[in-house]
Design a protein around this ligand. Structure first.
Ligand code: ADP
Ligand code: MG
Length: 303
């Protein structure tokens, strides 16, 4: 029995050896394995993995950007390491990927709820500065950041304007900038928030509600686009605004409606009590924000 095992091992070793010898004929592979400083009798056992490593290494040499990385695990290269008498293989992050991680580290401070991922990259550099309509907003952002830094509780914005003019993008750019300074924020698509609160279990509901009330910077995006109900107005929005007002937490809104239109939208059926309720919400919004408008071309699907 022992003799049979020895014979099989010998055959295996010969196969490994001949595959290794075949591969070493390739000068690139030969110079690659040479650069590793690992004894040939060890290298021989790992020919095909080493070939994979070389392939990925070559991809890295030609790399133009992380987004087109063809390696098996994007941003990583399969890499050999000589440990003991063995070669261990692992995926090692490339410098571009590490840089990307560093640059996007701020995102841990922001929650995007049901909003496009592209907003994560919104930045001040990309604001269309040639568009005069943006000047007061950019000025407001500058003051907001200065005041926030000084420990004040600056008012948020009620940003109204036409569809696709870039309202959400602008606030996302501000929140990204604040996140880089360590300030936590949440950007929430308001109609979807209501839908999710409605369908969440009671414990989940409380937790979400509490979080939205307390997050340092909050954007309620597209307020006025929801179907207003007494519940959404008096039990969701009202308490969120009340809490944030009392605690001096900066709160932002974007809307296609101006303040007067929004007020009418909060009146579900015409009665004096309804008007009072709508007015009460509006008073909180006005207390929390400075109102600016952005009338600009539609930037959606612009190439
Ligand atoms: P609104 O909230 O006013 O409806 P958005 O903020 O969604 O508009 O902007 C519309 C589109 O234009 C989005 O796809 C957004 O990513 C893009 N966009 C807006 N402003 C900029 C900008 N400064 N740079 C790049 N893309 C922008
Ligand atoms: Mg929007």
């Amino acid at each position: 029995m022992r003799r049979i095992v020895n014979t099989i091992e010998k055959v295996d070793e010969n196969a490994l050896q001949s595959s290794f010898i075949e591969s070493v004929k390739d000068t690139e592979f030969a110079s690659y394995i040479n650069s590793l400083g690992i004894p040939p009798e060890v290298l021989m056992k790992y020919t095909s993995s080493l070939e994979d490593c070389l392939k990925e290494k070559k991809n890295c040499t030609k790399c133009k950007s992380l987004s087109v990385c063809p390696n098996m695990v994007k941003g990583y290269a399969y890499t050999p390491e000589f440990i003991g008498k063995k070669i261990l293989f692992s995926y090692v992050a490339c410098y571009r990927y590490n840089k990307h991680l560093e640059e996007t580290n701020y995102l841990k401070n922001i929650d995007f709820f049901k909003l496009p991922k592209e907003l994560k990259e919104a930045s001040f550099q990309d604001i269309y500065k040639d568009d005069k309509a943006r000047i007061p907003i950019v000025k407001y952002f500058k003051e907001f950041m200065e005041n926030y830094q000084k420990g004040k509780s600056p008012k948020g914005l009620y940003l109204t304007g036409s569809f696709g003019s870039g309202k959400t993008y602008l606030i996302a750019a501000l929140f990204n900038e604040m996140a880089k300074r360590g300030v936590r924020s949440a950007l929430i698509y308001y109609p979807e928030l209501l839908r999710s609160l409605k369908s969440s279990f009671s414990s989940d509901y409380e937790e979400r509600f509490r979080y939205i009330k307390r997050v340092p910077l909050l954007l309620l995006d597209d307020i006025g686009a929801e179907n207003v109900t007494a519940w959404s107005r008096d039990e969701v929005l009202g308490p969120i605004l009340q809490y944030r007002m009392e605690e001096g937490l900066s709160t932002f809104f974007t809307s296609n409606l101006n303040l007067e239109e929004l007020e009418s939208n909060f009146i579900i059926k015409s009665s004096s009590l309804e008007k009072v309720k709508a007015r009460r919400i509006m008073e909180r919004i006005k207390q929390l924000t400075i109102s600016l408008s952005l009338i600009s071309e539609n930037r959606r699907n612009r190439s």
